[in-house]
Every structure is written in C-alpha cells, then in structure tokens.
Design a protein around this ligand. Structure first.
Ligand code: FUB
Length: 294
C-alpha cells in the first residue's frame, strides 16, 4: 500500500468502508470534473469493493440526487451499514428550499440500487446535519452521529430508518477536554466527518479537525469514551493536515489488519474540489492510541 489514490478514473472523496463477509465495500462521494459556481459539485455516491486491498471492482453509481425527490444538491459524505440482511446508506443532502438533512437509502444488496425513504431521517432545518456515521453496539442499539460544527447524535430504532423521538437529537458538549483546543466554530478542533466505532471495549470518534489559527486545512484527530454517548476525551492527531482543505476518515478492520481511509488531492488535476480516496494502515497502542503504521 503506497498511499496513492485507490480510484484513478474519477475524483472521489469521503471514504466509508464497510466489511461484509470476505469483502470490503468502500462507499465514496464523487467530485464532478466540471464545477458549478466554483464549489463542491457532487451529485451521486459510488461503491468499490475488494477482497485483497489490491484489486478493486468499480460498482459505479449506487445512489444519486435523482433518487431523492426532496433533495436538490450536495451529495456529501455517506456511510453504509448492514442489519438483518438489508443495507442502509446514510447520506447528507441539501433539502430543496432549506438546509442540509440526512437521507437514507435502503437496499437488499451492498452495491444497491438504494431506494430513498421518501423523507429525511434527520432534518433540523439548519446546515449542521451532515456527515452521518452509524454504528450498532453489542446490545443491538444503533447510533447515528453527525454534524458540522457541532457533533450530535440520535439513537436509531431497530428498523434503522427512524430514531427514538423520546431521546430526540442530542447535542454533544463541544468542550476542549473532548475535542482539543482548535480553530473551528466551537473553539475546539472538531470540524466534521465523524467516524464512530468500538475497538477493544473503547468507543472511538475519529473526525476531521482544525488546528488553531486561520487558514488551516483539516487534519484527522480522535476522541475516546467508555460509553457510546460520551463523555469524550480528546486523544490527539492521527494524520497531520495536508495540501487539501478537507480530509475525511473511514476506519475498519479487514482480514487481520486495521485501515484508515482518507482523501487528498493527489490525482492529476486534483484540487480542494477534485479529491481522491486513499488508504493507509493503522495500529493501536497499548493505551488505545491510534497510530499510523510506519
Ligand atoms: O465532500 C463534501 C464535504 O466535504 C463532506 O461532507 C465533508 O466531510 C468534507 O469532506
């Protein structure tokens, strides 16, 4: 593995791995070559799969804005999960005439086609509702975290397409103890792109982060907790900021190794709006610390 882009035929970003059986499925966003208004121009989600981390199969477009009647723009960072033989793809989108909201596509196959629920799962009428990350805990409770600049979560119901309304949308306290002192709007490093999982009994929240000061690009950092809903303790930087304004983590174990998927602008013609997904190996220190493997 040499940290060069996995996909070379199109620009991809926001990698979200999902392991099912002996296959790793990698869901990504898709940066269009031709920009509209010199901004992120993103209309669909893509899927690639591998069984050996070397050879990848391109499953093409698996879900798109055309499939979501109530959305009109910004097919942003997704994550997919399997439950009871069905696959749920959580996707941030721009809701027509409103802000960002989280859509769910449901399919019988990991490579789609996914069918939209017909309405948003999370829709607070603001711009915070992006970058969903989903995890099912050992007791069967599923959590969906999301957000920029604030990290929020809902407790998903067993059907994975609705959430516990009695708990509602919970706002995680954005403290320096939890997310480090940084340059984003909450005064912490937490920016966006959370990735929630559990490893060796510890809960991890990996995220795209901003260091202190202006004009910073995103680096990748993490926090840990003894429980699924915090309190979170800042763990430090995993990957330093690079040349690309955004970065976005996706972590999984596959065939005995641990991987961190991320993105950069390393393909020819790359830019902050023309990104490419990459992967590198990570390992865990005795204290649970996440380390890039040398
Ligand atoms: O790719 C569009 C947005 O940029 C994502 O939702 C963020 O995580 C950042 O990568």
């Amino acid at each position: 593995m040499d940290n060069t882009p996995i996909v070379k035929s199109i620009y991809t970003a926001d990698p979200a791995p999902m392991v099912s059986g002996d296959t790793l499925y990698l869901y990504t966003t898709h940066d269009e070559d031709k920009l509209i208004n010199d901004f992120y121009t993103m209309f669909d989600w893509r899927c690639f799969s591998t069984q050996d981390m070397e050879h990848w199969t391109d499953h093409g477009k698996i879900f798109s804005l055309d499939d979501i009647e109530w959305a009109d723009d910004r097919a942003w960072a997704p994550q997919c999960i399997e439950r009871n033989g069905k696959y749920y793809l959580y996707c941030p989108v721009h809701k027509t005439g409103s802000g960002m909201a989280i859509a769910v596509g449901v399919s019988d196959s990991p490579v789609g086609p996914f069918k939209d629920l017909g309405h948003p799962l999370v829709d607070e009428g603001d711009w915070n509702d992006i970058d969903p990350t989903v995890f099912i805990d050992d007791d069967g409770q599923a959590y969906l975290y999301f957000g920029n600049p604030e990290l929020r979560y809902v407790k998903l119901n067993e059907n994975m397409v609705s959430f516990d309304e009695t708990v509602g949308i919970v706002k995680v306290p954005m403290t320096v103890e939890s997310f480090g002192k940084g340059g984003h709007m909450t005064g912490t490093t937490y920016g966006e792109g959370p990735w929630f999982y559990k490893k060796n009994g510890l809960y991890y929240m990996v995220f795209a982060a901003f260091g202190e000061g202006k004009g910073r690009n995103e680096h990748l950092a993490y926090a840990t907790s003894q429980g699924p809903t915090g309190p979170w303790t800042y763990g430090g930087v995993i990957m330093e900021e690079g040349k690309c304004f955004t970065n976005h983590p996706g972590i999984c174990d596959f065939k005995g190794r641990s991987y961190l998927f991320y993105h950069n602008d390393q393909l020819p013609g790359g830019s902050l709006f023309h990104r490419s997904v990459c992967v590198t190996e990570i390992e865990y220190g005795a204290d649970g610390k996440i380390l890039l493997k040398k």
